[in-house]
Design a protein around this ligand. Structure first.
Ligand code: HEM
Length: 353
């Protein structure tokens, strides 16, 4: 018996290895004209893995204090071999990750992949989306450069208008009244410990549910045609991974992620501070609200609106009353289309304004 066979036999006596092997051998992916959308969950997983690996490499040299953070990132970019490449890939891949999550989330939504029995797959997926936004927000400040400093100041200021708990939230995020070194260490803790721990748990549940339930078939697909996951569909997934890796290499090589100048808390804020593109639609919505609506504060109302929309989006599988049946739900499709149009238009306005 070779080393692999004997290891397998040894493991088989202790864990149900053979039944797992049989399970994965049988795993199939439904084949129909919408099958291409199944690639985006795997794409998100691939980008998440890139974030973990490049993030750990950055951690080897990064120092989370207001005195040393900027210099340590500069050191990574100029002195550490391939440090610039790792940092650029981490930053570009973070953006691509969120873009892919938008696509995955909306494609699952329109194909009604959230319907029974996949309600919890949707809920855990959406929690991962919020966590991804959290990663983006907390990572942004870490280089301690001017743009990040003032964008974080504006971003955390918004939490202050949340009714009742706004003041607490602001201090909780900033570690005090203002954005200081305490904010940096705090956001660093979220970025490298709290959010990774939460993602491991929630993503683990998301992926386990998908294995247990298999992929859903969109309404109207009657055929039972399937493609084996191993190796056929995995090869399809890998084409997507390769394309993204190519894109990341091109972006990192031709548009290395900039560092800018070190943050100076006493300097005036530069004009036109904007958040990252994935927060722009919320930023623009805030600006659309007048400062007062009747007796209410406009910004507080806008933040409450985000809360309501977020809860609605989380509860979609329970609100779509057709969820048990093979029936279309045009109202939900329309809400999704309206949501995408609003996000795209507000993001474009945010860019050009
Ligand atoms: C780190 C983030 C995420 C990862 C790594 C991930 C991964 C995956 C994978 C590998 C699949 C199976 C293939 C596919 O359908 O694409 C899947 C399915 C699914 N995901 Fe995600 N996902 C993430 C975030 C999300 C988000 C943000 C949502 C929605 C709010 C979501 C909802 C779902 C649902 C409902 C399914 C089942 C689809 C079906 O059976 O047709 N996921 N996910």
């Amino acid at each position: 018996m070779g080393i692999f066979e004997s290891t397998e036999a040894w493991l088989n006596e202790r864990v149900p290895l053979q039944s797992w092997k049989d399970f994965f051998k049988k795993k199939g992916v439904p084949l129909h004209k919408h099958s291409v959308w199944y690639v985006f969950g795997g794409a998100a997983l691939f980008l998440f893995a890139i974030q973990v690996v490049t993030g750990i490499l950055l951690l080897l040299y990064y120092r989370p204090s207001s005195d040393a953070a900027f210099e340590s990132v500069k050191f990574i970019m100029t002195q550490v071999k391939f440090g610039w490449l790792i940092r650029s890939i981490h930053s570009w891949s973070a953006n691509l990750f969120i873009l892919v999550l938008f696509i995955h989330m909306f494609s699952v939504y329109f194909l009604k992949g959230y319907r029974k029995p996949r309600e919890l797959t949707w809920v855990t997926g959406l929690l991962m989306f919020f966590i991804a936004l959290g990663f983006g927000f907390t990572g942004y400040l870490l280089p301690w450069n001017t743009l990040a400093y003032f964008a974080t100041k504006v971003g955390t200021e918004i939490t202050a208008v949340v009714p009742f708990v706004g003041d607490f939230l602001l201090k909780f995020l900033r570690g005090g009244e203002d954005v200081t070194g305490a904010t940096l260490t705090r956001l660093f803790g979220f970025h490298v410990a709290v959010l990774p721990a939460l993602s491991t748990l929630i993503l683990g549940i998301h992926l386990a549910l998908i294995q247990i339930q298999g992929m859903s078939k969109p309404i109207g697909v009657k055929s039972d045609k399937e493609m084996p996951f191993f190796p056929n569909f995995l090869y399809r997934d890998m084409i997507g991974w390769l394309a993204m890796l190519g894109l990341l290499a091109v972006l990192a090589a031709f548009f290395p992620w900039e560092l800018g100048t070190k943050a100076d808390p006493f300097a005036p804020a530069p004009a036109g501070i904007k958040p990252e593109w994935y927060f722009l639609f919320m930023f623009e919505t805030l600006k659309l609200f007048p400062s007062k609506v009747l007796i209410f504060d406009g910004e507080s109302l806008a933040v409450m609106l985000f809360g309501v929309v977020g809860v609605f989006w989380l509860l979609v599988p329970f609100l779509d009353k057709k969820a048990n049946r093979e029936e279309k739900s045009p109202v939900f499709t329309l809400i999704g289309v309206a949501g995408i149009i609003a996000i795209v238009i507000l993001t474009i306005i945010g860019y050009v304004s």
